[in-house]
Design a protein around this ligand. Structure first.
Ligand code: IVH
Length: 672
């Protein structure tokens, strides 16, 4: 029976791996998301019922491992070299001449590849299973980022063994963050008041160096393999070797070309210089490699870089334009953001008209003034920013930008928070602030109220119909039809969307409230840990801090928000209007049904909150004091008086590990 089951599980895994490869690597999915989810859930179900059959390379185990304190160091068996750079066709021809001279006019083929702007990573596969992932580090030693790399869906946890990969394979390639993911990550960070990543490369590096793999998993990283540490036995050339890697299930960049003439190489490099903006990911140049391994060997390497490989770096694309005006926008937290409006200029594939100047310190640092000529570029080819002012072109009559002392929208006082660079409007009733809060509240990632766009929100606020989030749920058809340029049908659609939003998941609602430092990620953590709106509203700073990922600043911000009477009243009103956030339910087991359990001492693998949650999920009742009614005590390290008392009363004591085993054996704790 068990071997039948193992076979079934194995077959499901193979099927899922096959579809993962089609979807994440080859970009050619064959089945619908629904069909895929069905396969995946079936596997999860079988594994939950038979945890002894779970293997680390199962597709369900991508996010595994707990947050760690620091990364272990890994020494690379073969050093990870860097590449020499060239910046123009002449230098590429120089490279070609050096190669030809050393190879005494043998015939040469070059492989031309995109130079992906991410970070180099080394993946070790043993018997086809991904066993280790390390960053390049200084080329000799890197960080062990295995648990984080496992969350990257385009990296197979197991190679396609039908294609007979070698017993030991070290693959090298680039981990990157697609441009769109970079833009939305920065947007979320901005909304949560966190610092922004300067470009996708920093974002990818930052995401791989997180100590908690669960956060890395949410960062949507991807990967392209570009070489192996040792040559694969049956391949004679780099191109053949890439083909083999592709067969094993690794993602190879599709824009890889084999040519025999340096002029053709130059042509390809030039064409990507403009075409690069159409890619989903950022490239910072091209890489040219001598194809034949025999020739690579003859050419050898210097201490730093191989002589058979060169990069062609694109210049960071910049444009010059004139600042026509500087506006100050008021965000949902009241933060004032200066924005420069330019004479429209073409840059990296689009026409740029404006760029955020971030804050007033930045204005002073750059000394940007209206009328200035400025150099601009795009961070991650997406977000335009001012690099510097061309001072030689400054008109002597320009004036320093005046930092506002009043809110440009409501005229309210402006304050500067301690430890923060931004200025804020201090008026709780500032209409600009309210409009931004509402725009965020109704957005797709929050309450998803379609059609209730900024223009409608603007009118609702100006007419005094909406003064807070709850007022949205009190709107009538009459209220909406009476706005300018709203037809009956769209008013009905708006009401329908409002109605639908009442059933959004709890974490979406928590996120929509716009509590400082609580973006989607933290909202989800809160919702999972505390399970109800009421529990989140009533949690103390100490209770919140016990939740992993929730630090003191976030905890304080949450408590301050819910301590405000007007916020509690607004939430009460929303609930009265029928808002009932859905909770994604967990499957419960009866393992600990009605058992009264006390936790004491320091635990290794749980926070207090998470262990209580697990006790509850399995039907138990966490309690804080030991008595005769206590069924058992879970004692961590340095347990004191409670443990003593349990022993004195003859109450059963289990270690943290015993408790974990107990739960794992019954594992029914999986998502519905
Ligand atoms: S080959 C010894 N190929 O560029 C040569 N590198 O500036 C090993 N990179 O550290 C690297 N795309 O992180 C190679 N198609 C590509 C690449 C690539 C991006 C990165 C890699 C390397 C850096 C060198």
């Amino acid at each position: 029976m068990d071997s039948e089951l193992s076979k079934q599980i194995e077959k499901l895994r193979e099927e899922i791996n096959y579809h993962d490869n089609l979807y994440y690597v080859l970009n050619k999915p064959k089945i619908s998301d629904y069909e895929y989810d069905t396969l995946f859930n079936k596997l999860k179900e079988l594994e939950a019922a038979h945890p002894e059959l779970i293997t680390t390379d199962s597709p369900t185990q991508r996010v595994s491992g707990k947050p760690i304190k620091s990364f272990n160091q890994i020494k690379h068996n073969t050093p990870m070299l860097s590449i020499d750079n060239t910046y123009n066709p002449e230098q590429l021809r120089g490279f070609d001449q050096r190669v030809r001279k050393q190879l005494k006019d043998e015939e040469i083929e070059y492989v031309v590849e995109l130079k992906i702007d991410g970070l180099a990573i080394s993946l070790t596969y043993q018997d086809s299973v991904l066993t280790q992932a390390a960053t390049r580090g200084d080329g000799e030693t890197g960080d062990d980022v295995t648990n984080n790399v496992r969350t990257i869906k385009s990296i197979p946890l197991r190679l396609n063994s039908k294609k007979m990969p070698p017993k030991f394979l070290e693959v090298r390639g680039e981990v990157y963050m697609p441009k769109k993911s970079f833009a939305s990550l920065n947007q979320l960070r901005a909304e949560a008041g966190e610092s922004l990543f300067a470009n996708p490369r920093n974002a990818a590096a930052g995401s791989l160096k997180l100590l908690d793999p669960r956060i890395t998993a949410s960062r949507n990283l991807s990967f392209f393999a570009y070489s192996t540490a040792e040559t694969i036995e049956d391949s004679q050339s780099h191109y053949q070797s890439l083909k083999r890697l592709k067969d094993f299930g690794l993602p190879i960049n599709p824009h890889t070309e084999k040519v025999s003439d340096i002029e053709k190489v130059i042509e390809i490099c030039n064409s990507w210089q403009t075409q690069r903006y159409e890619l989903d990911y950022q490239i910072d140049g091209m890489v040219v490699k001598v194809n034949s391994f025999a020739q690579q060997e003859k050419l050898g390497t210097t201490a730093r870089s191989p002589r058979w490989c060169i990069s062609f770096k694109f210049p960071a694309e910049q444009a010059t334009t004139v600042v026509e005006s500087i506006d100050v926008q008021v965000g949902k937290t009241g933060a004032l953001t200066p924005v420069a409006n330019f004479k429209p200029v073409k840059l990296a594939g689009t026409v740029v008209k404006r760029a955020s100047l971030h804050n007033f310190d930045e204005i002073r640092r750059l000394d940007v003034r209206v009328g200035d000529t400025v150099v601009i570029e795009k961070a991650g080819e997406i977000i335009p920013q001012v690099v510097r002012v061309v001072k030689d072109k400054r008109n002597i009559f320009t004036q320093e930008f005046e930092i506002p002392t009043k809110c440009p929208s409501c005229g309210g006082d402006v304050i500067k928070d301690q430890d923060e660079v931004s200025l804020r409007c201090n008026n709780d009733n500032c209409p600009a602030k309210l409009k931004e809060k509402l725009i965020y509240f109704v957005a797709r990632n929050q309450m998803d109220i379609e059609n209730l766009g900024p223009a409608v929100i603007g009118q609702l606020v100006d007419k005094g119909l909406v003064k807070n989030f709850a007022d949205i749920y009190k709107l009538t058809l009459f209220d909406i039809i009476n706005l300018d340029r709203i037809a009956q049908k769209s008013a009905e659609n708006i009401l329908e969307a409002i109605e639908k939003s009442k059933k959004r998941p709890l974490w979406r609602l928590i996120c929509a409230l716009g509590i400082r430092h609580v973006g989607a990620q933290n909202a989800e953590v809160l919702s999972n840990a505390l399970g109800s709106l009421e529990a989140i509203m009533n949690a103390t700073v100490e209770e919140l801090e016990e939740i992993e990922q929730i630090g003191p600043i976030i905890a304080q911000s949450i408590v301050s928000f819910f301590n405000l009477e007007k916020n509690r009243k607004m939430i009460k009103e929303m609930l009265e209007c029928g808002v009932t956030p859905t909770i994604e339910k967990k499957k419960h087991s009866d393992l600990l049904k009605d058992k009264v359990i006390v936790v004491t001492g320091t635990l290794e693998n749980f926070t207090r909150e998470s262990i209580k949650q697990i006790i509850k999920e399995n039907g138990g009742k966490p309690s804080s004091s030991v008595s005769k009614k206590t069924d058992f005590v879970i004692a961590g390290k340095k347990a004191g008086s409670k443990l003593e008392k349990a022993k004195a009363l003859g109450v059963k004591v289990v270690t943290e590990e015993e408790f974990e085993n107990m739960i794992n054996e019954s594992t029914n704790i999986s998502e519905d």
